[in-house]
Structures are given as structure tokens and as C-alpha cells.
Design a protein around this ligand. Structure first.
Ligand SMILES: Nc1ncnc2c1ncn2[C@@H]1O[C@H](COP(=O)(O)OP(=O)(O)O)[C@@H](O)[C@H]1O
Ligand SMILES: [Mg+2]
Length: 318
């Protein structure tokens, strides 16, 4: 592992599936990081440009320059940033991310281009943390995002295929990339959790897998940032004994566990409404009980990232 390859402060919210809350989680974690007093840029690398359109921007800026011009031309990425009304900087997606990815593949170190042409110059300027909403599938753009910031947040929802999506991400992307760059899992977070864990449900299955599965659990732990004792944030953790108790006798579990665990980021209409309006939850509904979970994720990104000032100084010295 080369020291020169240390990631820049920030995270990629990743899973090779659509609709698993990548975009809304990116937006909310980015916003909580900015609430913590940092300058935060969110880079839309999704070919659908969903975040860009949710925030009310076109995938191409008025003067026609886009992220492709920063990667392959002389455009400074900071000139592409647009300012949201809630203090985040957005680097919008381009219509042509497919072409951008194709051109990256033609270069011998294409996988380093998001790092060297986008993230590094942003951090050398005013940006402290970079959050990336990546393409929903495997490919060079996704790897390039990981090489740039090297911290991953994995969102999972209680539906069939979630856990296999995680295993797939680990096996096909994170484990092989970890051999090249020192990347870390910052958090694996269940989201859109509706039911309590008392009945058999997708929620129960997801929470059980994440809290008790030793196979991918060990792989995930090995990839987790060394300063954390688990890949699950506190709000997502459940005592493994609970799952034995519920399997033994689902009806009497309520007497043994008067407070049935409600782990994960919960399903909230306000999160959906906020996202549809292109706003972070904390701006849409400041009283929401789920803001704390996004803040816990932001704190983990902060703790697992190198000091922005140190990275800025390193780039200036180079
Ligand atoms: N905790 C939640 N409760 C309710 N709806 C949510 C929650 N988190 C995300 N959503 C909604 O789920 C949908 C899919 O999320 P999105 O972030 O677009 O996923 P992805 O980027 O992975 O495709 C969006 O409509 C979003 O508003
Ligand atoms: Mg998305």
C-alpha cells in the first residue's frame, strides 16, 4: 500500500442496486457533515443524474462545461460547483458519463482520474469532505470513486436481494480493490426499516443477517475502519440473543424484550418527501427522529477520514 495513495476525506455511498437509498443517504450524510462545520462537496457520478435533477440542476451547466471537461480538459472542478440553498456544493452529473467512463478506460491510469482531476483539486481548494453518489453498477467510474476517497457507506433495505447485493459488492469490488488501495468500510446501514423485529419480516431477516452472519460478517469486519469496533453504527446493532429468543418463541419474546429493537434508519415519509423536494431531512423536518442516524454516519466519516487540513497541505507541498 502506497502512502501516496491515501484517500481524500469523504465517502462513497455504494451498493450495486437501484432504490437502496444511495442518493438520499449521500445527500443527508453530506448535509450533516456540513452542519458539523465543514465545507462539503457532493459529486454526482450516477449516469441517471438523479441527485442533480432532484436538486434542481441540469446535467450540463449553462456554459456547457461538465465533469468530463475537468477530467480530460483544463476546467477546474471548483468552477463546476453549484451552491445549494442549504450550504452544500454540488458537482452535477453530465449527460455523458458513459462517454467519460469509456475515455477513462482508454487511459492507462484511468481509475485514478476522479482522484487526481476532481477530488484532489477540490480538497486543495476550499472543500473539506467529498461525498460521492456513484453509478449503481460495477465499472471503472465506481472504482475511480473508491480510489479517490476510499471510504464506503453501504445502505441496505429490507428486501430480498439486499444481503446478496452486499456480498456481491464485497466480493467483486471492495475485497479486490483493498489489495490496491487502503480502503475502509465506514458503515453498513439498514434503511427504510418499517416493521418491528417481533414478526418474521424482511426487517427481521436483514437485521439478523447483519448482526449474526459470520461469513460475510468477518469479511466486512476485516474491511471496516480500524478505529471502529463494528461495521454497524450503534443505531443498527441488535443483541444477537434477541434473534434466538424470537426464533424460539415469537409470541413470548415481548415479555423477555419489552422494548423490541427498532434498528436502522427507519422508514419515514418525511425522508421520502424531503428527497423528492431536493432537500436534506434536517431542512425539511428539523424535528425528525432520524436526523441523528445521518449525523452518526457523518461522524463516522469524520473519524475515519484523514484531517482535511493535512491533505490540503500535502497537495500544496506536492
Ligand atoms: N428512510 C426512508 N424512508 C422512506 N423513504 C425513503 C427513505 N430513504 C430513502 N427513501 C426513498 O426511497 C427512494 C429510493 O432512494 P434513493 O436514494 O433514490 O435510492 P438509490 O439512489 O439507491 O436508487 C427515494 O424515493 C427516497 O426518497
Ligand atoms: Mg440514486
Amino acid at each position: 500500500m502506497s502512502v501516496g495513495l491515501e484517500g481524500y476525506p469523504g465517502a462513497v455511498v455504494s451498493l450495486f442496486k437501484g432504490g437502496v437509498t444511495k442518493t438520499s443517504t449521500s445527500l443527508n450524510v453530506a448535509h450533516q457533515l456540513s452542519e458539523r462545520g465543514h465545507e462539503v462537496a457532493i459529486v454526482d457520478l450516477d449516469k441517471d443524474g438523479h441527485l442533480t435533477s432532484l436538486l434542481g440542476y441540469e446535467r450540463q451547466l449553462a456554459d456547457g462545461e461538465d465533469i468530463g471537461d475537468a477530467i480530460f480538459g483544463d476546467t477546474a472542478p471548483s468552477d463546476l460547483l453549484v451552491e445549494t440553498e442549504f450550504g452544500l456544493h454540488l458537482l452535477p452529473a453530465t449527460e455523458d458519463l458513459e462517454t467519460v467512463e469509456g475515455k477513462m478506460k482508454d487511459q492507462s491510469f484511468g481509475v485514478k482520474l476522479i482522484r487526481s482531476e476532481i477530488v484532489e483539486p477540490l480538497v486543495a481548494g476550499d472543500v473539506d469532505y467529498v461525498l460521492i453518489d456513484p453509478p449503481g453498477g460495477r465499472g471503472m467510474l465506481h472504482d475511480a470513486a473508491l480510489v479517490a476517497v476510499q471510504r464506503v457507506i453501504v445502505p441496505l433495505i429490507p428486501s430480498a436481494g439486499s444481503v446478496s447485493g452486499l456480498e456481491n459488492l464485497l466480493r467483486r469490488s471492495l475485497v479486490p480493490l483493498r489489495k490496491e488501495v487502503p480502503l475502509d468500510i465506514v458503515a453498513i446501514t439498514p434503511n427504510m426499516m418499517r416493521e418491528s423485529l417481533a414478526q418474521e419480516s424482511g426487517e427481521q431477516m436483514l437485521a439478523r443477517e447483519l448482526n449474526t452472519n459470520e461469513e460475510f460478517g468477518q469479511t466486512a469486519m476485516d474491511l471496516t475502519y480500524e478505529g471502529f469496533d463494528h461495521y454497524l453504527p450503534e443505531y443498527a446493532r441488535v443483541d444477537p440473543d434477541f434473534f434466538d429468543a424470537v426464533a424460539d418463541d415469537a409470541r413470548s419474546v415481548t415479555s423477555e424484550y419489552p422494548d423490541i429493537p427498532k434498528p436502522g434508519i427507519r422508514y419515514r415519509k418525511a425522508i421520502n418527501d424531503a428527497t423528492r423536494h431536493g432537500l436534506p431531512l434536517a431542512e425539511w423536518q428539523p424535528s425528525s427522529d432520524q436526523i441523528a442516524a445521518f449525523d452518526a454516519l457523518a461522524e463516522r466519516v469524520e473519524l475515519a477520514s484523514p484531517e482535511p487540513e493535512r491533505k490540503r497541505a500535502e497537495v500544496a507541498d506536492a
